[in-house]
Design a protein around this ligand. Structure first.
Ligand SMILES: [Zn+2]
Length: 309
């Protein structure tokens, strides 16, 4: 742990609090109080890195029959759009949305990177790598030469609470990231079945309201990538989302808003993606209407779900 002061990153005029951790935690607590009046939530610290808490918000009493989903933000410290999008969702979501799914949140996974405005944590580790042993040493792994060779400090904390997080994400997990070299958005999605799936469509439509989608094949450092129609489908690495998928979570999505665009638009987009994820998941798991002849099963079978040993 280091107590040395660090330079505060310059925040843009259209979002002056972008990397202000105290402002962030203050608004998080107020947002938690707000949603808890609509639907009781628990807010707990899973652990600390560099003296900063990693908070988890989860419904106090999950509603039976509703899907469990988890939205995370801020694995990479300079990607502030996701964390603020989660805060603003919690500041604005109505009762219908909050009760449509059992929605849990990891609003800011890498607080020491966030307050410094840098990608990695205070120890220089990549908080979104090192989760899946078989991919850690892969030469083709992103950032292979300098990424950490196992879970970061944040990763160890998430894995310590792994069974609980998998249960909270039983029906879907979204990790909100940003791409620092782009003016366009895209998603990584891991899900079986034809693409774009309803979840992919909902998130891509939300991105398209704010930004163009990245051209097929990617751009700049993503050149030659399998991106098509704004999606990178079923790619695996040592990230937390791949780990969640391996634990039986049926769909994991990494959203990438373009960090070269204005912060205000990126936060707007991320806020709307939190709601879009809740809305589309509620639709996917909606029970068929009670009226009419009863034949056939529900739209989606829920067997073979949940944590695996
Ligand atoms: Zn990232």
């Amino acid at each position: 742990m280091e107590d040395t002061p660090h330079p505060r990153p310059v925040s843009p005029p259209d979002f002056p609090e972008l990397h202000d951790i105290d402002a962030f935690n203050k608004r998080l607590k107020a947002a938690f109080d707000r949603v808890s009046k609509i639907r009781p939530y628990k807010m707990e610290s899973l652990g600390q890195v560099g003296g900063r808490d990693i908070f988890l918000l989860s419904p106090e009493a999950p509603i039976e029959g509703k899907p469990n989903v988890l939205t995370a933000g801020g694995f990479h410290g300079e990607e502030a759009g996701g964390p603020w999008g989660i805060i603003e969702f919690l500041e604005t979501a109505d009762e219908e949305t909050l009760k449509s799914v059992n929605h849990s949140f990891l609003p800011l996974v890498n607080p020491t990177g966030f307050e410094r405005g840098v990608r990695f944590n205070i120890h220089g580790e990549n908080p979104n790598r090192g989760f899946v042993a078989e991919y850690i040493d892969g030469a083709e792994e992103e950032d292979a030469e300098w990424t950490n060779r196992g879970p970061s400090a944040e990763g160890k904390i998430l894995l310590k609470h792994g069974a609980k997080l998998v249960s909270l994400a039983r029906d879907g997990f979204v990790s909100q990231h940003e791409d620092d070299g782009l003016n366009e958005g895209f998603i990584f999605i891991n899900e079986q079945g034809p693409m774009p799936s309803p979840t992919a469509t909902a998130l891509l439509n939300t991105i398209k309201k704010h930004f163009p989608l990245i051209p097929d094949g990617g751009k700049n450092e993503l050149e030659g990538s399998p991106i098509k129609d704004g999606m990178w489908v079923n790619g695996m690495d040592s990230s937390f989302e791949t780990w969640m998928l391996n634990q039986g979570v049926p769909r994991t999505i990494t959203t990438e808003t373009p960090a070269l665009e204005p912060a205000r638009s990126r936060v707007d987009c991320n806020r709307e993606m939190v709601k879009a994820f809740a809305d589309v998941t509620a639709e996917i798991y909606a029970k068929p209407p009670e009226t009419g002849p009863k034949k056939g099963p529900a739209l989606i079978k829920k067997k073979d779900r949940g944590p695996q040993p």
